[in-house]
Every structure is written in C-alpha cells, then in structure tokens.
Design a protein around this ligand. Structure first.
Ligand code: HEC
Ligand code: HEC
Length: 226
C-alpha cells in the first residue's frame, strides 16, 4: 500500500512537471510569443499528462489501475473524459481509481480533449493484453453470447450506437474492477450518466464472482479490433 502511495505521488509529480514544460517561448521575426498548454499537440499532451499512468503506447498499467485505451472508440473516450471532468464519473466516495483519473483530466480544455481523442484512436495501436484473471472461457462464452453480446457485439468490439465500449483488448483486471464498480454503485449511479445507468441495470445478471471471471476469461481470448 505504501509503495503504491509513493508511486502515485511520483506519478502526480511527473504529471505536474508535464504541465509547465508545455509552456515554451518561441522567438519569431515579429517578436517573442509564449506557447500555452492549449497550443500543444495531442502527442505532447499525451506524453505530459497521460502516458505516466496509461503507458507510452496506451497499453495500461496494472499497478496504477490505469487501463489500456487503444481498443476504445472516439465517441466512448470523449464521453468518459467529459464525465471525469464534470464529476459524472470518478466522484463517488469510494472510487479511488476514478478520482485519480478525474484529477488528471481536470485541467484539460475543450480543444485538448478532441486532440487527445484523435491521437489515441489513430496513433496508438491496440494490442492483446496479458491474461491475469483465470476462469472457464468456454462457460464464459455462453454467458457472453446470451447476456453481453446484444450491446457489446459478438466479438466484443463494442457498439457506438448503444454506447457500449469495446471489451476485447481491455485489460482483464480492469474489466473485473469496472464490472464490480457497476455492481457496487460506484459507476453508473450519477443521474447524468445515461449509458452508465444501462450497464449498471444489467450488471446484476452476473453477480457471482466465478461467473464474472468466466466471462472475462472468454473476452480475453478475443483479439482487439478497431
Ligand atoms: C494518475 C494516473 C492517471 C493519469 C495521469 C491519467 N489517467 Fe486515465 N485513468 C486512470 C485510472 C486509474 C483509470 C481507471 C478509473 C476506473 O477504474 O474507473 C483511468 C481511466 C481512464 C479512461 C476510461 C477508460 C475506460 O475504459 O472507461 C480514459 C478514457 C482515460 N483514463 C484517459 C486518460 C487520458 C486521455 C489522460 C491524460 C489526459 C489520462 N487518462 C491520465 C489513471 C490516470
Ligand atoms: C443493455 C446493453 C448492455 C449489456 C447487455 C451489457 N452492457 Fe456492458 N456496457 C454497456 C454500456 C452502454 C456501457 C458504457 C457505460 C458508460 O458509458 O459508462 C458498458 C460498459 C461496460 C464495461 C466498462 C468498460 C470500460 O471500458 O470501462 C464493462 C466491463 C462491461 N460493460 C461489461 C459487460 C459484460 C461482461 C456484460 C455481460 C454480462 C455486459 N457488459 C452487458 C451496455 C451493456
């Protein structure tokens, strides 16, 4: 626990160093101009404010609870960033991981969010994460097909029309913690979280830990696609 706390403080420091390093002075023939953080490209914002937790390639970091992002659609990422920024996600009392994320997004402006979304969905390639949750994938396949595929699609590539994110390519430990978050009312409980509420209503369909592990073990066999 102490190690994690120290690591987090280090990460916060890194993230705040990133803030100031964006402000650079550029000399032109017309004089000197200061480039503010809002002029930074998506790549610079990513490096300075996101990569320390999510990994340089967006592959996720289990020790920090920061998930892979590369399988997600632009619509979904943009909605989540706005939700973290406005307290629709991450503000619940016991949502420690969500609060860490909400802090990181708090100072992004309206131009930086689309720049980041563009970068993540075009420059960072999805990869298949290592499996860490064990379960019976065969059994999980039946549950997935009968309960989850209607919204998250047959191969778990997600469905933007229904607001359901891709699950293939997500870290299995994150699938587990976010599923439990819906079950426990940590996620999807805010009155403005239209899509989160749909998932939260559905989550009790699998409330047994073994069943959840089985579904996740099945999802982990599916290749990410975007
Ligand atoms: C201090 C570490 C930290 C930093 C820095 C950080 N994040 Fe996160 N991020 C997290 C954690 C932890 C979660 C998981 C929250 C949860 O479990 O609900 C998360 C979740 C997310 C999600 C939701 C993923 C999903 O599948 O719903 C997105 C999108 C995201 N982060 C994007 C970003 C972007 C873009 C940046 C840079 C502006 C960033 N994060 C910076 C820790 C961080
Ligand atoms: C009625 C449609 C629907 C069904 C059925 C459904 N989901 Fe979802 N799920 C959603 C929506 C919509 C979201 C996005 C909610 C949000 O924006 O926060 C979501 C989000 C999730 C997330 C969070 C992913 C992330 O990146 O943070 C997980 C995990 C998840 N669902 C797993 C499942 C599993 C496993 C099943 C089957 C047992 C299932 N869902 C069935 C609609 C559904």
């Amino acid at each position: 626990m102490r190690r994690l706390a120290t690591l987090l403080i280090l990460v916060m420091m890194l993230a705040s160093c990133g803030d100031t390093s964006f402000e650079s002075v550029v000399k032109t023939s017309a004089g000197t101009i200061t480039v503010s953080p809002s002029d930074a490209s998506g790549a610079a914002i990513w490096q300075g404010r996101c990569a320390a937790c999510h990994g340089a390639a967006g592959e996720g970091n289990k020790a920090l609870g920061a998930p892979a992002l590369t399988q997600l659609s632009a619509d979904y990422i943009e909605r989540q960033l706005n939700h973290f920024a406005t307290g629709v996600r991450g503000a619940q009392g016991s949502d420690e991981a969500g609060k860490r994320m909400a802090l990181s997004v708090a100072n992004l402006n309206d131009r930086e969010i689309p720049d980041l979304v563009e970068l993540i969905t075009t420059e960072l390639q999805p990869t298949q994460p290592a499996a860490t949750v064990s379960g019976d994938a065969e059994r999980g396949k039946d549950y997935y097909t009968n309960i989850c595929s209607a919204c998250h699609a047959t191969n778990a590539q997600g469905n933007d029309v229904l607001g359901a994110p891709a699950l293939a390519g997500a870290n299995d430990w994150y699938l587990k913690s976010s599923y439990e978050g819906y079950l426990e009312g940590i996620r999807g409980a805010h009155p403005d979280d239209f899509y989160g509420a749909q998932m939260a209503r559905l989550a009790p369909a699998l409330s047994n830990g073994d069943d959840i592990n089985d579904v996740i073990a099945f999802i982990a066999t599916l290749p990410p696609q975007r």
